[in-house]
Write a protein that binds this ligand. Structure first.
Ligand SMILES: O=C(CO)COP(=O)(O)O
Ligand SMILES: O=C[C@H](O)COP(=O)(O)O
Ligand SMILES: [Zn+2]
Ligand SMILES: [Zn+2]
Length: 331
């Protein structure tokens, strides 16, 4: 058993309290490899922002949970080397699906876990989440639970249809489980195709406009649990310049559409204090790599395409922090 505290990591408690009070949101970026980790830390240091490093089940399969944990430990030292005196970095399990997995992450040094029982019948979600909270809190680890099911299909995160969070359930859920934060479903979804064209309207230029998030549901939830930290998954905006670059250089993304940044700004100003972004980073890296493969076909040193992909990712994440989530200068 190694405690995250020995690794220089922090849990989400204090950073969420500050984010809710300050009307901004903490970025939660997924990482699977060194370049993504470096880009996230560089962006957080450059903007003086707290940051959540997220490990998904896909990441655990791809990169190995132990290696990712050591990378997160390294991230703290790396942030200091980059000039940040007191980095605030959380190592978080994204979409944990069992008590055993949450325990194994906590024992290895994760400072925060999500137990996603949102697909279970309500009482089973409560029971599972409560078990995780009991174990996690004994180690001063914070827990994110989820109520409501997001639309979309992405690897292990699969929900064929969505169910918005039922505001009448939230008081009972947070009271019975003791969770530290609650992920809700108000119209976001995972991946780069968040809406079908049929769900969208078109503006004067023929550009697809997605249906707005259900801020009415968010407001109802906030009324029931004032000041309680709310989490938004599936919050990539799917930047159309990245999509265009990918497709220009041989990609085949069709009807890729995300959540407009204006709506995320509005959410961040409310009790939403953690915003999950993964797909936008994937798009930024892929656009940079495709462009290099197409324009410099003689290049075969991975550093020559992974390096620019990392730079592009850093720039995108720094921009999210400064201009969308509002967590810059909050260290
Ligand atoms: O919610 C996420 C990770 O848990 C990521 O969402 P996106 O696919 O919108 O980036
Ligand atoms: O929530 C989903 C994240 O975007 C991670 O997905 P993944 O399991 O493909 O790594
Ligand atoms: Zn879920
Ligand atoms: Zn998610």
């Amino acid at each position: 058993m190694v405690s995250y505290k020995e690794l220089g990591l922090v849990n989400t408690k204090e950073m969420f309290a500050k984010a809710v009070a300050g009307g901004y949101a903490i970025p939660a970026f997924n990482f699977n490899n060194m370049e993504q980790m470096q880009a996230i830390v560089q962006a957080a240091v450059a903007t003086k922002s707290p940051v959540i490093l997220q490990v998904s089940s896909g990441a655990r399969k791809y990169a190995n949970q132990t290696l990712l944990r050591y990378m997160a430990q390294g991230a703290v030292e790396y942030a200091k080397e980059l000039g940040c005196e007191k980095p605030q970095i959380v190592l978080h399990l994204d979409h944990g699906d069992s008590l055993e997995l949450c325990k194994s992450c906590i024992e290895m040094g994760f400072s925060s876990v999500m137990i996603d029982g949102s697909h279970l019948p309500y009482d089973e979600n409560v029971a599972l989440t409560k078990q995780v909270v009991e174990y996690a809190h004994a180690h001063d680890v914070t827990v994110e639970g989820e109520l409501g099911v997001l639309a979309g299909v992405e690897d292990d995160v699969c929900a064929e249809h969505h169910t918005y969070t039922e505001p009448d359930q939230v008081v009972d859920f947070v009271t019975k489980t003791g969770v530290d934060s609650l992920a809700i479903s108000i119209g976001t979804s995972h991946g780069a195709n968040k809406f079908t064209p049929a769900q969208c309207t078109r503006d004067a230029n023929g550009i697809l406009v997605p249906p707005p998030l259900r801020f009415d549901i968010l407001e109802e939830i906030e009324k029931r649990i004032p000041g309680f930290p709310i989490v938004l998954h599936g919050s990539s905006s799917v930047p159309q310049d990245k999509v265009a670059t990918i497709n220009k250089y041989g990609g085949a993304l069709v009807d890729a559409i995300g959540i407009p940044e204006e709506q995320l700004r509005r959410a961040a100003a409310s009790a939403v204090c953690k915003i999950n972004i993964d797909s936008d980073g994937r798009l930024a890296m892929t656009a940079a790599i495709r462009e290099i493969f197409a324009t410099k076909p003689a290049e075969f040193d991975p550093r020559k395409y992974l390096g620019p992909a990392r730079d592009s990712l850093k720039e995108l994440y720094a921009d999210k922090i400064k201009n969308v989530l509002g967590s810059a200068d909050k260290l």
